[in-house]
Ligand binder design. Structure first.
Ligand SMILES: C[S@@+](CC[C@H](N)C(=O)[O-])C[C@H]1O[C@@H](n2cnc3c(N)ncnc32)[C@H](O)[C@@H]1O
Length: 220
């Protein structure tokens, strides 16, 4: 599949450097700009991405556009299959979500799970929280499903009845579990984990450790 994976050099040791993390965080920009460009020339519809991502002046190669189309379409079909199978009585946990807009698109299609969670580095989440809070096109759909007039949370987090956006490092499992719990993740519901082009930026050990973390949350 054609993607433009940013080449990031990882430390061989157990801890990453800030420079490694900055490179990985930059992949959010790469992916979202490629998706925004593909949407702008009609590869698929996404009326929400324009509120989160600027349009790049630079054209992308057809291979890149087609690769992103296949990636977005494939993930979307898998998510819808899970939602149909569970009759939407489930949760979706999107790890390394970046500027993903699936929550808003599923709402338009009347296909929302009980709760949709997104996690990314605090720096990325802060940007997304700011865009959501300042753009009614993004905040209104969340508020329509919420029981209060304002969205809870701070710069690194946003929580509502059906949507939560959490700033956390996927390699820091204790903090991730604590934040998911605070946002009322229900460990008894079927939960789909989405990691779209994310685990590749972690060592195999870190990726393997991150995956079962939400499942190991104590049952409420
Ligand atoms: C290539 S981007 C993909 C973004 C989104 N899933 C998509 O497909 O548009 C990889 C994302 O994973 C996030 N990510 C990678 N490692 C992470 C970690 N250890 N903790 C939190 N987020 C991480 C990055 O910040 C970035 O947003």
């Amino acid at each position: 599949m054609a993607t433009n994976l940013r080449s990031t050099t990882f430390n061989s040791g157990p801890s990453s450097t800030e420079a490694d993390d900055e490179g990985v965080q930059g992949t959010c920009e790469d992916a979202s700009i490629c998706k925004r460009f593909a949407v702008s020339i009609g590869y698929w519809d996404d009326p929400y991405l324009q509120h989160l991502v600027r349009l790049s002046k630079e054209r992308k190669a057809p291979e890149i556009n087609r690769g992103y189309f296949a990636r977005v379409h494939g993930i979307s079909e898998l998510i819808k299959a899970f939602l149909r199978k569970t009759e939407c009585h489930c949760q979706i946990l999107n790890l390394g979500a970046g500027m993903d807009t699936t929550f808003w698109i599923l709402k338009d299609q009347d296909l929302l799970p009980d709760k949709y969670f997104e996690v990314d580095f605090p720096l990325i989440v802060t940007r997304k929280v700011h865009s959501i809070r300042s753009r009614p096109h993004l905040s209104k759909p969340i508020l329509e499903l919420h029981s209060e007039d304002t969205l809870q949370g701070d710069g690194h987090m946003l929580d509502s009845k059906r949507y939560a956006l959490i700033g956390a490092d996927l390699r820091d499992l204790a903090t991730l579990e604590e934040k998911l719990k605070k946002c009322n993740m229900n460990t008894q519901l079927p939960t789909l984990l989405v990691t779209e082009c994310v685990l590749v930026y972690m060592t195999p050990e870190q990726a393997a450790a991150a995956l079962p973390a939400p499942v190991s949350l104590p049952v409420k």
